[in-house]
Design a binder for this molecule. Sequence first.
Ligand SMILES: Cc1ncc(COP(=O)(O)O)c(C=O)c1O
Length: 380
Amino acid sequence: MAIDRNDSAGNFFERRNIHQMQGYASGEQPQDHSTIKLNTNENPYPPAPAVAQVISDFNPLELRRYPPPTANAFRDVAASLHGVSRDNLVATRGGDELLRLVISTFCDPGELIAMTAPTYSLYPVLAQIQDCPIMQIPLDDQWQLAPDFCAQVNQAGAKLTLIVNPHAPTGQLLDRQRIAELATNLDSLLLIDEAYVDFVDPSLAHNCLDLVHEFDNLIFLRTLSKGYSLAGLRFGYGVAAAGLIKPMLEKTRDSYNLDLLSQKIATAALQAQAHARHSWQQVREERQRLGMALQNLGLPGPNSQANFLLVSVPASTGSSAAALYQGLKDRGILVRYFDQPRLTDKLRITVGSASENDALLAALAALLKTRARPPENAAD
Ligand SMILES: Cc1ncc(COP(=O)(O)O)c(C=O)c1O
C-alpha cells in the first residue's frame, strides 16, 4: 500500500529532529546603508586596503580551476601568526562551519553537548541538527561559570562542551589559567569560541592558543568576521592538536569548502596585522566611551572585553528593553534584543564607529527623555 506522504504536512522526507526544530534566527540584516547596524557585532571600520587590492588584482580566469582544497597558504600564515604548525589548523567557511564540523565529527547523535546559559544561540540549533541533546548550565549573577561547572558536565557525561570567550552576550573573559583548568578537569572535548578575542584589552596579555600543545581535548575557534571586518566574506578557522584537526581536514570538511577569492582575501587580511590591530584599538576606545555614556543614561552593564555591551534597562528609566529596541529601530538604529530568560530587560549593543555611537546615544537620550548625568564610573 502506498504511504500517505501528506500525513506529515509536506515534510515526509525530513528527519524527525529536523522537522521538530526551529531554525537559527539570524540578527536582522538590512541591506541598505542608511541603517545604523549595532545588532550583529560587525566591525565598524573597513577591512585592510590589501583586501581591496586582492579583489582588484583578481583574474576571473583563475576561477576555472578548483581552489586549494585545504587552504594551505592561509593556514601557513595563520599558523605562523599564532606560533603553531599548519597541522594545528583547519580553515572554515566562517566560525560557524567549524562549529558544525566539530559537532558532526566528534558527536554521535544522542551524545550530550554542554554549554552555558546564556550562550551563542547557534549552539543549540547545531546540536539539534545532529540530534544531540544539550545541557545548559546557568552562569551566576555576575555572568561567571558555576564553581561546579566541570563536575556537572562530567556527571552528565557530555561529549563536547562549548564555551564562548569573551562570552557572548556579556563580554566576560575567562583567563588562560581558567581555560587550562577547564581543559584539565573536563572529560569532554572543549571548544573555546574566541570569535571576539581580538578585542580583549592587550594589557591583559590574553593568549591561549599555545595550550593546544598541552591539551588533546581543546579546540579554539577564530573568525575573520569581527576582528578583520570581513563578516561578509565567511572565513574562520579552528586551532587544536593535530589529532583533532586531522579528521575535520581530511574527512568531514566539504571537498572545497573555501573558494579561491576568499582564500586570497583572508590571507591578505591576516597578513595586514597593523591595520587590524588599529581597528581593535579604536573599538576598545569607543567601547570605553560608549559604556560610560550608556551608564550615564541610566543603562548600566558589566565590563566587556568584546566589541559589544550588554546593558540593562531598569524599570526606573520608565522604559523597557523591548520598547527601546523598537524605538531605536523606528529611528533606523538596530540593536539586539533577546526574548530569553535573564535577557528580557537587556539590550546587546555592538560598539559602532564614533558617529554611529553618537547617533545611538542621542536617540536613546530622546527615548528616555533623560538628561545625561556627569560621568561617574566607567562601564568598562
Ligand atoms: C559567539 C560566536 N561564535 C561564532 C560566531 C561565528 O561567526 P562567523 O561564522 O561569522 O565566523 C559568532 C558570530 O556572530 C559568534 O557570535
